[in-house]
Design a binder for this molecule. Structure first.
Ligand SMILES: [Zn+2]
Length: 65
């Protein structure tokens, strides 16, 4: 009897969030939260940017401030 082959899931060194990039106005992988807009009323909002846009625009991810 051959033993069942166990294949561990591929490890990723960083979580890759998929979402909307507000800078190039498109969906992208590996986006980061850039800013949180708090509003007294209404939905408020959050802005996200993908890696290339962060580099191009010199953005600072919210978590890195
Ligand atoms: Zn982008």
């Amino acid at each position: 009897m051959a033993e069942p082959t166990y294949t561990p899931p591929a490890e990723e060194d960083a979580p890759r969030a998929f979402g909307w990039c507000h800078w190039h106005q498109g969906h992208s992988e590996g986006i980061r939260l850039i800013d949180v807009i708090e509003q007294g009323s209404g939905s408020g909002g959050t802005t996200f940017a993908c890696g290339p846009c962060i580099t191009t625009n010199g953005l600072t991810p919210f978590a890195d401030r």
